[in-house]
Design a protein around this ligand. Structure first.
Ligand code: AMP
Length: 394
């Protein structure tokens, strides 16, 4: 019987998955990947095989109204495709590993409890990531599970990059910058030697621009700094999160507007950023088609903030050799890439307009001082690699 392994990335309204298969005496290969989107609103399942052929594209029934129900729907799809398969392990994306986890970990009930303590630091993602682990414990108690953290890649940053300059008795409870999107950055760093060898050991800024957005400053493939910090709220403007804020703004929300902690949390995680500025959408693709001044301002701010933070990361690195765009906006929007590159021309970024419209992968001219790239990220593959290593499956 062939062996199977599963990768899950459980979010608030989506459940992404990859199925890997190891035929007898062969190597692991991707069998299928897909997602359940619209959990709680209008759930839909889509899945493709490794060649991109559609395996499923259908509306799910309304009982798929939360993460557990989505896992049940996924399980019944997987049974219909791979009934009787032997599952050797499940790898999960977990956003926050706190101060403890510099590496992925095989999850026990004790580890899970510890990870639940980090929910306040990532309320948008962590509860959903952990609910998926919990559900698998219930349904497949003998299958080992591995948690792969978005924070681990940044563990090696120096204390000066991690410190939050508040009194030490407050910092004792784990108050420090952690950084996120680490699985994405780790994947990009792992492919740079093949895709862009001339910058693989150099000073590189990776711009992960999706619904969540951040920058990572890399030196010799190691994280030196990143724009996300203690929580996933800092740095760049995001779909529904504001990015860096004067902390006085938060005091104002409490003291002058009299908002509750829950209300402030909702504003910061779900109502700000592109959505907050435009009042129209959190989705960059939508905003780029709109002519309303507020939609334009949202896009302008997104670009402005990205360019500003690229300048800060370049200062941290003492100049840059490479710039890489990735994630939904970074991979798919030539317009946003052009605007960020133009705003970063003072650093020596010179865009090749034609290559940019074709998605590169190299999008800078040959004489550009900074070689600039579009590289699709693959967080699921990174999780699969870690899970394989941790469970001795490779
Ligand atoms: P992600 O979180 O990485 O899936 O990225 C989601 C973001 O990518 C959303 O804001 C989408 O609107 C944006 N996006 C996807 N495709 C495009 C595109 N062709 N042009 C502009 N933005 C895009």
């Amino acid at each position: 019987m062939d062996d199977y392994a599963l990768v899950l990335n459980a979010g608030s309204s989506s459940l992404k998955f990859c199925v890997y298969r190891r035929p007898v005496a062969e190597r692991w290969r991707l069998e299928s990947r897909g997602q359940i989107e619209g959990i709680g609103t209008s759930p839909q399942l889509s899945a493709k095989d490794a060649q991109g052929e559609i395996l499923a594209e259908n509306r799910l029934e309304d009982w798929v109204s939360d993460g557990r129900a989505a896992l049940d729907a996924l399980a019944s799809f997987l049974r219909s495709k791979y009934g009787g398969a032997r599952v050797l392990g499940v790898g999960h994306r977990v956003v926050h590993g706190g101060a403890r986890y510099a590496e992925p970990v095989v999850v026990t009930r004790e580890v899970l409890e510890e990870l639940y303590e980090l929910v306040p630091l990532a309320p948008l993602h962590q509860p959903h990531n952990l609910a998926a682990i919990d559900a698998i414990f219930d349904r497949m108690p003998d299958v080992p599970q591995v948690a792969c953290f978005d924070t681990s890649f940044h563990y090696c940053q120096l204390p000066v990059a991690k410190i939050i300059p508040l009194p030490s008795d407050i910092r004792k409870s784990g108050l420090q910058r952690y950084g996120f999107h680490g699985l994405s950055y780790e994947y990009i760093a792992s492919v740079l030697p093949d895709v862009a060898p001339e910058i693989a050991k150099g000073r590189v800024i990776i711009a992960h621009l999706g619904s969540g957005a951040s920058l990572c400053a890399l030196k010799n493939a190691k994280s030196v700094d990143s724009t996300l910090g203690f929580t996933a709220l800092d740095g760049l403007c995001m779909g529904t999160r504001p990015g860096a804020l004067d902390p006085g703004v938060v005091l104002y929300l409490f003291q002058s507007l009299g908002l509750s902690a829950k209300e402030v949390e909702t504003i910061l995680y779900k109502k700000s950023g592109l959505l907050g500025i435009s009042g129209i959408s959190n989705d960059m693709r939508d905003l780029l088609t709109r002519s309303e001044p507020k939609a334009r301002l949202a896009v302008d701010y997104f670009v402005y903030r990205a360019a500003k933070e690229i300048g800060a990361m370049a200062a941290v690195l003492g100049g840059i050799d490479g710039l890489v765009f990735t994630a939904g906006i970074g991979e798919n929007s030539p317009d946003i890439r052009r605007r960020i590159c133009q705003a970063s021309s003072w650093l020596g970024v010179e865009l090749d307009e034609v290559a940019n419209t074709k998605k590169g992968p190299r999008i800078s001219t040959l004489k550009s001082k900074v070689s600039t790239w579009v590289i699709p990220t693959n967080e699921e593959l990174m999780i699969a690699r870690h899970t394989g290593t941790m469970l001795g499956l490779l």
